[in-house]
Structures are given as structure tokens and as C-alpha cells.
Design a protein around this ligand. Structure first.
Ligand code: ATP
Ligand code: MG
Length: 246
């Protein structure tokens, strides 16, 4: 497979000083207190930290599913954190892949239709001209994740590991420069989780995709190029690592 991420000196994902607090009743719960990071092309980075430390919150900000209270998110050098919901959804569909713990496939669509959904969203009216080529590309990706025989299966007809493989194909179908994964193996048994993770990391490497992957699993973190840890609302650099949390 040829790498698709453009060779460029601009890192695909940069965050500066991200802050986020949730309003709870009359109080305010600060979760992120100034998080900065740079994700370079093709690198695989694990995001660790205790439950409740803000990993999902950070991934949601980076994935434009929520807005920071302060700070900036840059995709390929372009500021994207202040976009409206519609523009954010389009940027996400084109340029960011997201894999969730709960798969998040649409139940009424089959595997192929689920994978094609971000393409339809990204292409708008162009979809009708491009749909044959897009469908062929989605089929190839589903074959690459071992689901060539499951194209017309709906999520309820698929095992957990198969559903997550559909979700991985969906996340990569737009050939995004950045893939965000929130405990992608958390709902799978150990062996299936390991297979799915290996597949995700192999595909990401083959596509030159930068990956930020939230995980509690030290074995998963070890398969990555570096580890960042969230503690007290801030990222601890890897050289300040003590021992991975179990
Ligand atoms: N929508 C929300 N409203 C209020 N508080 C929230 C909301 N979402 C998350 N929180 C709180 O923010 C903190 C960080 O949550 P987050 O889901 O980011 O943690 P996490 O590191 O992903 O944890 P886990 O490892 O359990 O998935 C938690 O204390 C959580 O209770
Ligand atoms: Mg989480």
C-alpha cells in the first residue's frame, strides 16, 4: 500500500494549551488544565491515565466533537477548534478517523454502508459521481480487515471483534492523516482485542496515519512509539513515566 499522508513538515495534529471544565449543577469540574501535544505523521502514540483523568475528553476535543474552553487545535496547521457543528462534522469526515470503545456503527446500515457513510458525508453531491469508485475502495478495506464475506451484514449480525473491524475500516476509509482511538479493544476479549489492535496499527502504519490511542492496557501502550499520560489535567511527558497503570 502506498502511504497517502502528504509529506510535509507541518504535523498533522497540534494542540496548544487545551482547557476543559464540565458544568455540573452549579459547580465546575476542571478536567483539562492546559494540554499541549504534537502528533507527527505516521507515529503511534498511546494516551494513558487513570479512569476519569480526561482521556476521552481530550480525544473529543481533538476529534472536534466538543470545543475546548481555551486553547487551540490545528489540523495540518489549520485552526479547527472554533468551527460550527456542520463544518466540524465535514472536517472530521474528511480528515480524522475515530474508533470508539462501543463501535458506534449505525444498526440499520450494513457493514459496507457503515464504512461508506463518512465518504457520503464528505463528498456531498459529488457522491453520486464517485460512488462506484468509493464503494470499490470500501470493499477493499473491508477485505483488508478480513470481512470480505460480511459486506451485507448489519452490526447485530456481526461479532464484537467484527464490528470493531468495520469501525476501523470506517475510520480509515477517508485516508485520514489522524486516527483517534478511544479504548478500541476495551470491549473485546484479550485475544480478539490483540488481533484488532494489530490490524489497526498495521493499517495505520501502511497508510502513514498518525494515531493517538487511549488505553489502560500497558501491552497496548508498549506496541506504540511513545506514551503520554494524563494526570491532574496535564500531560506528563514520557520521560516522567513511572510504571504503567494496570
Ligand atoms: N458530559 C460530562 N459532564 C460532566 N462531567 C463529565 C462529562 N464527561 C466527562 N465528565 C467527567 O470528566 C472526567 C473525565 O472524564 P473522561 O471520560 O474524559 O475520563 P477518561 O480518562 O476517558 O476515563 P476512562 O478511562 O474511565 O474512560 C470524569 O471525572 C467525568 O466524570
Ligand atoms: Mg474514556
Amino acid at each position: 500500500m502506498t502511504p497517502t499522508a502528504p509529506v510535509s513538515s507541518v504535523p498533522p495534529l497540534v494542540a496548544h494549551g487545551l482547557e476543559k471544565a464540565y458544568r455540573v449543577g452549579r459547580g465546575r469540574l476542571p478536567v483539562l488544565r492546559g494540554v499541549s501535544l504534537v502528533l507527527c505523521s505516521g507515529e503511534l502514540v498511546a494516551l494513558m491515565g487513570a479512569s476519569g483523568s480526561g482521556k476521552s475528553t481530550l480525544l473529543h476535543l481533538l476529534g472536534l466533537m466538543d470545543r475546548p474552553d481555551a486553547g487551540e487545535v490545528l489540523l495540518d496547521g489549520e485552526r479547527v477548534d472554533r468551527l460550527g457543528a456542520g463544518a466540524a462534522a465535514r472536517v472530521r469526515a474528511r480528515r480524522i478517523g475515530f474508533v470508539f470503545q462501543q463501535f458506534q456503527l449505525l444498526p440499520e446500515l450494513n457493514a459496507l454502508q457503515n464504512v461508506l457513510l463518512p465518504r457520503r458525508l464528505a463528498l456531498g453531491r459529488l457522491w453520486w459521481r464517485r460512488r462506484r469508485a468509493e464503494t470499490a475502495a470500501a470493499r477493499r478495506l473491508l477485505e483488508a480487515v478480513g470481512l470480505g464475506e460480511r459486506l451485507r451484514h448489519r452490526p447485530t449480525m456481526l461479532s464484537g471483534g467484527e464490528q470493531q473491524r468495520v469501525a476501523i475500516a470506517r475510520a480509515l476509509v477517508s485516508r485520514p492523516a489522524v486516527l483517534l482511538a478511544d479504548e478500541p479493544t476495551g470491549n473485546l476479549d484479550r485475544r480478539t482485542g490483540h488481533e484488532v489492535l494489530t490490524l489497526l496499527l498495521d493499517l495505520a502504519r501502511a497508510h502513514g496515519t498518525a494515531v493517538l490511542l487511549a488505553t489502560h492496557d500497558p501491552a497496548v501502550a508498549q506496541a506504540c512509539d511513545r506514551v503520554l499520560r494524563l494526570a491532574d489535567g496535564e500531560l506528563v511527558p514520557p520521560d516522567a513515566e513511572v510504571a504503567p497503570t494496570p
